[in-house]
Unconditional design. Structure first.
Length: 452
């Protein structure tokens, strides 16, 4: 196959020499031709070539193109956000999502500003979101025995997954679960689960818009999806209690891990297949039968002698499934399937002030942030002063459950996640190992103490 289309203009040939991504050459050429055609109309070709050839070493102006109605740009068979497309082509060859990008302050037409009818696609007006450095957790010295967290975690029959119908757990004022909530973390929500819908102007690369959200505490009217500045700002946590002298404290740092998450696949109550270790910053979980890679987990490849007809049909409808992004210490889930996925994330629910067991519906093409390391760090740091019992309750904050096609909880005919045909349990490895190290330093409950 020829790498260049017939009648390729000289400027397109020059710009092709600066392509960083491994996208198909013919598609990359079409993307550049499309951009060149738009920039000829407003005499910005020189600015584009200056930005690309100088690799951002010299300041450049915004390079703008018209913004489409849904914010996306169609090139051949692919559709994505324009700034993501050209940042991937000319600067970050491994770029997967707009979550990974942050506009520089000097950019006047950055995508998120939604300024007028134009959007900046200058690759050097967007930087990658850095991974924040989390401060260490200060833990008082204690001399007690310790049970490793991987041995202490309950099995799939625990109450977080299978809530009693009369559970009424709430986050307590001191940052953990209320006392009556221990062991009943997975209560069914008292109001309909929130739904994620298309936005008119924002969308993600290869997908659609950032979702608007209806909170369980709100009316049916759709409210805009806005990031909470911090848990403390939202009033979920009080000021930290008086701490012992720092000389009597041990610093527990966030661990470096090879995999950022582990994925366990279930059909009803049965574990199927081996644990999947996600080592890439993005992971697709789909229903196809291809071979697993470091960034793809194919559920259709797995066999189960006890699989029923409903489960078989569900797998066939998973299709492209869901894509997880791990960016800057945050985890996002994007529904690529033609059917919705349902997510239960205590970390996400705490962010919005929802019941910890709320199950969120993510509609096709929409996405949701389902975990935030910084918010978990804030919660863990403030809970240490409450003692081992309160810290141990946070083990469930590191676990996310996600079902395909079928939801569960009070608003659905299936009361428990183990009643859904196909679902996965995701362990956020870094947070879980960090919590494990903190618990190790704290020791354990005195003999005879109860965790209830």
């Amino acid at each position: 196959m020829s790498t260049l289309l017939p009648f390729t203009p000289p400027i397109v040939k020059r710009l092709l020499g600066y392509v960083k991504s491994d996208d198909e050459k013919v598609w990359a050429e079409k993307a550049i031709k499309s951009l060149v055609k738009k920039l000829k109309k407003n005499n910005q070709l020189g600015e584009l070539e200056k930005a690309i050839t100088n690799a951002g070493n010299k300041p450049t102006k915004c390079i703008v193109i018209p913004r489409s109605l849904d914010g996306r740009l169609q090139i051949s068979h692919r559709k994505g956000l324009p700034h993501v497309i050209y940042c991937r082509l000319f600067r970050y060859g491994d770029l997967q999502s707009h979550h990974e990008l942050k506009a520089i302050e000097a950019c006047e037409y950055a995508f998120h500003l939604k300024k007028g009818e134009e959007v900046c696609v200058n690759p050097y007006h967007y930087d990658k979101v850095p991974t924040p450095v989390l401060p260490p957790i200060l833990v008082p010295h204690m001399m007690h025995s310790y049970i490793p967290l991987d041995l202490a975690l309950p099995d799939i029959s625990h109450s977080f997954m299978n809530p009693p119908s009369n559970a009424n757990a709430r986050w307590s004022a001191h940052g953990g679960l209320a006392e009556d909530a221990l062991g009943t973390l997975n209560m069914t929500p008292e109001t309909p689960p929130p739904r994620y819908t298309y936005s008119d102007t924002e969308s993600c690369f290869g997908g659609s818009a950032a979702g608007s959200v209806v909170s369980p505490a709100e009316s049916p009217q759709v409210a805009s999806y806005e990031r909470c500045p911090s848990i403390a700002a939202a009033g979920s946590l009080p000021p930290p209690a008086t701490s012992p002298d720092r000389s009597e404290m041990t610093q527990v740092h966030y661990p470096q891990t090879d995999a950022w998450c582990r994925v366990f696949y279930y059909e009803l109550q049965n574990r199927v297949g081996d644990v999947f270790q996600a080592t890439e910053n993005y992971l697709t979980i789909d229903g196809f039968t291809g071979s697993n890679t470091s960034s793809r987990f194919c559920l259709g490849l797995l066999s189960n002698a006890h699989r029923d007809k409903t489960t078989e049909q569900t797998i066939q409808h998973i299709g492209k499934g869901v894509r997880l992004y791990y960016v800057g210490g945050e985890v996002f889930a994007e529904c690529l399937s033609q059917s919705s996925v349902f997510v239960q994330s205590p970390n996400c629910n705490l962010h919005y002030g929802w019941d910890p067991a709320t199950v969120c519906k993510i509609q096709p093409g929409c996405h949701l942030k389902i975990f935030d390391n910084q918010e978990f760090a804030t919660l863990l740091s403030r809970t240490v002063s409450e003692g081992y019992r309160e810290v141990f309750k946070l083990t469930q904050m590191c676990t996310i459950r996600m079902s395909f096609m079928k939801g569960w909880g009070q608003e659905y005919c299936r009361p428990r996640v183990t009643s859904t045909p196909c679902w996965v349990e995701i362990h956020v490895v870094g947070a879980m190992q960090w919590l494990d190290s903190v618990l190790k330093e704290m020791g354990s409950l005195p003999p005879g103490s109860s965790t209830t």
